[in-house]
Every structure is written in structure tokens, then in C-alpha cells.
Design a protein around this ligand. Sequence first.
Ligand code: MRU
Length: 370
Amino acid sequence: MNVRVNGKSRHYRTVTFDADKNALMLIEQRLLPHQFKIVGTRNFHETAAAIKDMIVRGAGAIGATAAYGLAQGARAFHGNDLRKFAKHIDTVYQTLKAARPTAVDPVNAMNDVRRHMSRGETVEEQQALALASAEEFANEDVAHCRAIGEHGSKLVRNGMRVLTHCNAGWLAFVDIGSATAPIYAAHAAGKKFHVFCDETRPRCQGATLTAWELAQEGVSHQVISDNAAGHLMQRGEIDMVIVGSDRTLGRTGEVANKIGTYTKAVLAKRHGIPFYVAIPLSTIDWNLRKGRDIPIEERSETEILGAWGIDSSSKIRNPKSRYVRIANPTSGARNPGFDVTPAELITGIITPAGIFKPQDLWKHRGKLGA
Ligand code: MRU
């Protein structure tokens, strides 16, 4: 995506790899929309920490980060002993996998990288294959998002009001985004429509990241509170919902996504509003048999009990984000990061291979990379 920084527009990817420095370069998403900054991670421990601490977040972006992180860890190994190398790779894999549990993209991405690596006969060959395969994953992520845009833009008609939740945009992938791909493609085709961004408490990825992206792209939008969608739906002010997913079950069509997605799907069903989920193939989990088995990340209670932001005294060029306590000082909180939406509430899954009923993913698994 093109970003205007200090008056100049430049194309960026959310995640890139500097092979000379064996470092990942990441957009520091915790500072957006107030500051645009690229940070580097110098080893796989720092890369895992960047995923865990949400410097980089969003299913596709952490998938690519994990793939590059595995390559980074592989390339840091010294020696020729393939057995020691395999053990080291296992440590790197487990460290990156543990960083965030709900999204399946990191696991699918790293499994891909390992499959490619196994074709190498020496440590050096496997190291080279690891990086080539991580690059391939990142490029494929972009290609998949572009194809989602081509299929999904047909759903966006002139005059529509589209609701999205959290950030399944460019920042949640390597480029373009999944839920935003139809929006960007329709906008590029000259269609006129409006997007409502759920603010998406507790971390507010909708109010900060999606709203920032849409502003960069010049798409008409407004941020709404998480509780406003039902009211707008009841008044006929929302025509379609498009969200992303962190893990979609290929066997059942159940969709894990940011907490609050299920609520929006129930509301959409109640009001007869189409509810779409946009995903690249790396978001499909072909193994799990039921949504109840999806690991749901429980996050820190500080996210619920307070909020981050800048106040009017912050300098524009160097804004300092502050945490303010909102809740009663003696109260604790519960903070599940994701929920699971059942297939019957979902109108269609927009994939790079076309739009499918969630219940039909398994039937079409051949086309969907199972
Ligand atoms: O906790 P995050 O920000 O990593 O959560 C991911 C999300 O932004 C959403 O769940 C999104 O809709 C799916 S990621 C493409």
C-alpha cells in the first residue's frame, strides 16, 4: 500500500526481510495512526517477541513474519551437522508458534517453509530454501489478497454502507488485506460507497488501523463504537458486513475472528444483512473438527481496564502514546481475544479461488489448497 509520510507517498509492505542483516523489517503497528515507523528484529527471539507484543499483528502479517522468522533462525545457525540443525529449527518453530495461538497462518506458513527446506541436502541448501520459501509465502499472501479483491469487489455496489470489524486490512497482511481487498478494488474501480469501522475494543484496531488505512486510500468511512452496529442495522444503515479471520475451519466453515465478530454476525442474521468473511488460503485449518477446539487467546486484563492514545498536548512529530486507566481501580477483567462464528451465520467466504458457502469449503478443498 502507498503511505504518505512527511508529504511523500511510498509503497510499503507490512513485513520485509533484509537478507544482508538477517533482520525482519516491520511497521511498528502499536504507534499507528500517530506515528509511522519501521523497526527491525535481529534474531528469532526478537521476531517472536514482535508477534507476541503486537508490533506486527493480523493473521497474514504474522504468518509472513513467522515464515521469515524461521528463515532468520535457520540462517543464524553455524555448522554442517544436519541433526543439530534440525533440532535448532524445531526450537525456532516452537518459539514462533507459541507467540500467538489463535491464528493458524503462522503454523501453515512455517509448515510450508519446513516442507521446502526438507528438499535441501546440506545445512547451507536448507538455509537458502528457507528464505526462498518465506519470500514465496509473502508474495503469495499478496497475490491471494489481490484475488480476494477481484472476487469480492463484485459484492460492493454504488451507495452501499459496509461494516467491517477490527483490521483485516493491508496491515494485517503483507499488502492489500483480506476484508479490505474488495473495498480497495471497488474504490479503484470508481464505485462510491461508505465504510463503518467498528472501533474494536480493547485494542481498537478498527479505530486506529483500519480507519488510518481507509484515510490513506481516500475511502469514505467513519468509526463507530462496537455497540452501534445493531442500531444502524435496525435503521437500515448497513447493507453488508465483511470481516477477516484468524482461523477458518475447512471441515465446518466456522470462523475464528476478533472478539465481537460473532455478535455482529448474529445481528446481521437478525436483520437479513449479508455477512462475508474474506480469507487467503493460509487461514484455513483443514485439521480441527470443531470450533470449540480452536485455541482462543486470553490477553492481559490491562487492555480491558484502560486504553492507549495520545492527548492534545502530544507533539505531532513525536507523539507519546499514554495508557489511561478507565475501569474501577479495584476491579479485574476477562479478555478473550477472539470468538468463533458458526457457519450458518455466514453468507459466504471470499477466497482467492472464488466465493463459497462456509459449509462447502470441504467439498471444494481441492481448489482451496487442502
Ligand atoms: O489481535 P490481532 O489484531 O492480531 O487480530 C487479528 C485481527 O485483526 C482480526 O481478527 C482480523 O479480522 C483477522 S486478521 C486478518
